[in-house]
Write a protein that binds this ligand. Structure first.
Ligand SMILES: NC(=O)c1ccc[n+]([C@@H]2O[C@H](COP(=O)([O-])OP(=O)(O)OC[C@H]3O[C@@H](n4cnc5c(N)ncnc54)[C@H](OP(=O)(O)O)[C@@H]3O)[C@@H](O)[C@H]2O)c1
Length: 295
């Protein structure tokens, strides 16, 4: 495993395991498999509703807590100083830990300054080893990086061969903020797992298109957190440290850039409207479920 040293000296594995969209009933098994094949960095979030399963897998694995780099993210419903602080403490309880290696603000909407201040205070209190942001595009990133008391250490954003984020990377490098790629395979959209350029490069090294994508990110200095529910793919995705892409290979992958998001544009007002509605709907459902529970 290779490590990245964040601006505050904390070492973070460059490759970790993401658990977005892993249902609760299989999440513990998946995380146990991931730990067993060698992952030592896990990426979850309050909004994935699987922190408890991640926590129980860590406990069951018997791996010392300090050997695992554990990340979670504060969801927008918990934004605001007091709520964000309480939500991080609740995440820690679910994850069965008394500290976290990295906590990110999940989205650049609503009261992210108040929420970030909660992260700063928890960081200074020694509860969080590092803090950062997610989905903050250069405009929002420069804003918080310039005005917050503690500059974020990591920004986790959508990055894959079809959306390479070269400009965002330059801005992050300028501020010393580590780029972390979510959906490092673009979830396979646009046929990335069978892309001819990627498979041809892989064939030279006996590697798959997936492995070429991860290697390409790593050689750009970007942290990756691929998700798979299959143990053989978990292994495949870890086996990317025994080969290197040439300058020509890197250029061939760079040529795939479509400079277009494959998922959700945080800068498109219509998408932001959709997002706000989705959050309101989720909150209603959540409140309703809570009410039913208390009957
Ligand atoms: N901060 C954010 O807003 C945000 C947003 C999205 C994601 N994330 C984080 O980033 C992590 C990764 O992103 P993601 O899960 O959206 O997408 P991804 O890692 O790009 O792709 C996951 C998909 O690829 C498949 N896959 C994995 N390895 C493969 C392989 N070697 N060959 C073929 N198919 C393979 C998986 O299928 P199987 O599972 O069936 O193997 C799954 O369908 C998430 O789990 C989460 O932790 C963060």
């Amino acid at each position: 495993m290779e490590f990245i040293t964040l601006r505050n000296g904390v070492r973070m594995p460059i490759l970790g395991y993401g658990v977005y969209q892993i249902p609760q009933d299989i999440c513990e098994r998946c995380v146990l498999d991931a730990l067993q094949v060698g992952y030592r960095s896990l990426d979850t979030a309050q909004s994935y509703f699987n922190e408890e399963q991640v926590g129980s897998a860590i406990e069951k694995s018997g791996i010392p807590r300090e050997e695992i780099f554990l990340t979670t993210k504060v969801w927008i419903e918990h934004y605001g100083y007091e709520q964000a602080k309480a939500s991080v403490l609740e995440s820690m309880e679910k994850l069965r830990t008394d500290y976290l290696d990295l906590v990110l603000l999940h989205q650049p909407f609503a009261d992210y300054y108040g929420s970030y201040r909660a992260l700063e205070d928890l960081y200074e209190a020694g509860k969080l080893r590092s803090i950062g942001i997610s989905n903050f595009y250069p405009d929002r990133m420069v804003d918080i990086a310039s005005l917050a008391r503690i500059r974020p250490l990591v920004n986790q954003i959508e990055v894959h061969p079809l959306h390479q984020q070269a400009e965002a990377k330059q801005w992050l490098d300028k501020y010393g903020i580590q780029m972390e790629a979510w959906a490092p395979f673009g979830e396979g959209r646009g046929g990335l797992f069978t892309n001819p350029a990627l498979t041809q490069i892989g064939a030279k090294y006996g590697k798959t298109a997936a492995q070429v994508m991860l290697r390409w990110h790593i050689q750009r200095g970007i942290a990756v957190i691929p998700k798979s529910t299959h143990i053989e793919r978990m292994r495949e995705n870890l086996e990317v440290f025994d080969f290197a892409l040439t300058r020509e290979d890197m250029a061939a992958v760079a040529a795939l850039d479509q400079r277009q998001i494959a998922f959700f544009s945080h800068q498109d007002p219509a998408m932001v409207e959709w997002f706000v509605k989705m959050v309101e709907e989720r909150k209603k459902q959540h409140d309703c479920a809570k009410e039913q529970k208390s009957w």
